[in-house]
Every structure is written in structure tokens, then in C-alpha cells.
Ligand binder design. Structure first.
Ligand SMILES: [Zn+2]
Length: 238
């Protein structure tokens, strides 16, 4: 291993709350697209880190990719760019569907182009327990290798009506994360209840308090008005 490559970085721990690989990949952007976002995949190493945490790469392959990326800076930048372009197409497709809209043809075309590139690398291999799908990589250090499973995951989700009808977008004001709502009564509204759900809960609580405060000060003002009218009236009688 090259001493110049820090294979343990970055230390970011990604969240996997989408319930589907391709949606988790779209959730590598914080905030709300179109408003304010935070990019979590700022380098090829970030992409490898996410892929490793997603279970797409084992440690030795991840380390090999990082070493390879350090040798091929331009190629690793291009691989990251390709990953981000695919990610945004996948995001737009499922965000549209979550809003009961049809995805843009250009996004579907892009996904299909990537599928045609990567699905040709799928192979069936025999194992002790039978047969498994596996991915044949162009080379051992194929920088784009996590993109095959991601594109396939998007294709499979799109063709799984029982899952697709439950794709939702987080209701958080500052969040656009996507997830498959697998709750029994399909009532999930938040990507992470303890984050976006709590923010909404706190906001509702504050609004309720504010309304209660403005309600009680209005009643106090009304009571004062009534009191002063009564005094005037009482004064008038005297
Ligand atoms: Zn959220």
C-alpha cells in the first residue's frame, strides 16, 4: 500500500435509511435540492467510503481502488463525476415518482445508458450453495465498479410496483431524502424520525405555544377592553 494513500479516510459515517441502495445513494446530499444542499461526496475517496459502507466493496477492493485513484487523479475525478451525474438522474426520477409525476425522459435515458454499460458485466457464478450473481470488473482497479450495482438497483426498484408505490420524499422543510416507506400502515413521513421528525415536532410545539400565547394575550386585551367599557358604563351610571 502506498504511504501517500490514507485508506481509512474519510471518516464520515453515511446514513442508510432509504431502504434501497439507489435511494441511499441519492441521500448522499444533505439539505433540499433546489434550495440549499450539502454535498457529502466531495472526493473519489468519499465515494469509495460510501460504497464500502453500502457493502458494495470489501475492504481490500476499497483499498485497491483508493491506491488506484491516487495514481490516476484525472480518472478518479471522472469516475466521481459520472457517479454524481447518475446519482442526480436517479434522484430526479424517484423524486418525481414520489410526487406522483412522471420522470423526465432524459433521466430515464441516462439511467438506461448506464444500465447498458454496466449490466453487461453481470455474471452468474457457481458457489457451494448454488449460483450467485457477481460483477465482472473491467480491471481489478476499475474505478467505476460501484456504479453497476447502483444502476441495477434503480432499474429493479422502478420495475417493482409493490415497492415503487411506497417511494416517498422526506417531509422535512430542509430535506429531500428519499426512502421506501416499509411501515405497516405506510405512514412514514420522515427520513429519520429523530432528525427531520423531531425538527417538525419542535416547530409544531413552538407554533402551538406561540398561538396559545397570542391567544391568551388577545383574551387579556379583550378582558381589559371589557373592563374599561364596564367602568365607563358604571361611571356613566353614577
Ligand atoms: Zn429528512
Amino acid at each position: 500500500m502506498s504511504a501517500a494513500v490514507n485508506t481509512t479516510s474519510p471518516s464520515r459515517k453515511f446514513q442508510f435509511v432509504g431502504g434501497d441502495l439507489c435511494l441511499d445513494f441519492t441521500n448522499t446530499v444533505g439539505g433540499k435540492r433546489g434550495l440549499s444542499t450539502r454535498e457529502y461526496l466531495n472526493s473519489y475517496a468519499d465515494f469509495v467510503s460510501w460504497s464500502r459502507q453500502a457493502g458494495l466493496l470489501d475492504d481490500s477492493t476499497a483499498d485497491a481502488l483508493l491506491r488506484s485513484a491516487a495514481r490516476q487523479t484525472d480518472e478518479s475525478v471522472a469516475a466521481l463525476r459520472r457517479a454524481l451525474v447518475l446519482r442526480e438522474s436517479i434522484y430526479r426520477i424517484f423524486a418525481a415518482l414520489a410526487s406522483d409525476e412522471l420522470p423526465q425522459t432524459s433521466d430515464l435515458d441516462h439511467l438506461n445508458t448506464e444500465l447498458s454499460t454496466y449490466l453487461g458485466r453481470l455474471r452468474v457464478v457457481s458457489s457451494k450453495k448454488g449460483f450467485n450473481w457477481t460483477w465482472k470488473t473491467e480491471t481489478d482497479d476499475d474505478l467505476e465498479q460501484p456504479l453497476g450495482p447502483i444502476a441495477r438497483s434503480a432499474g429493479e426498484l422502478l420495475t417493482s410496483p409493490h415497492l415503487l408505490e411506497h417511494v416517498r420524499q422526506c417531509g422535512g422543510d430542509r430535506c429531500g431524502w428519499l426512502f421506501v416507506d416499509a411501515t405497516k400502515n405506510h405512514s412514514r413521513r420522515w427520513c429519520v424520525m429523530s432528525e427531520c421528525g423531531n425538527v417538525a415536532k419542535v416547530r409544531r410545539f413552538r407554533m402551538k405555544n406561540r398561538r396559545a400565547r397570542s391567544g391568551s394575550s388577545a383574551s387579556r386585551r379583550k378582558a381589559r377592553r371589557v373592563k374599561s367599557t364596564t367602568s365607563v358604563k358604571a361611571g356613566g351610571l353614577m
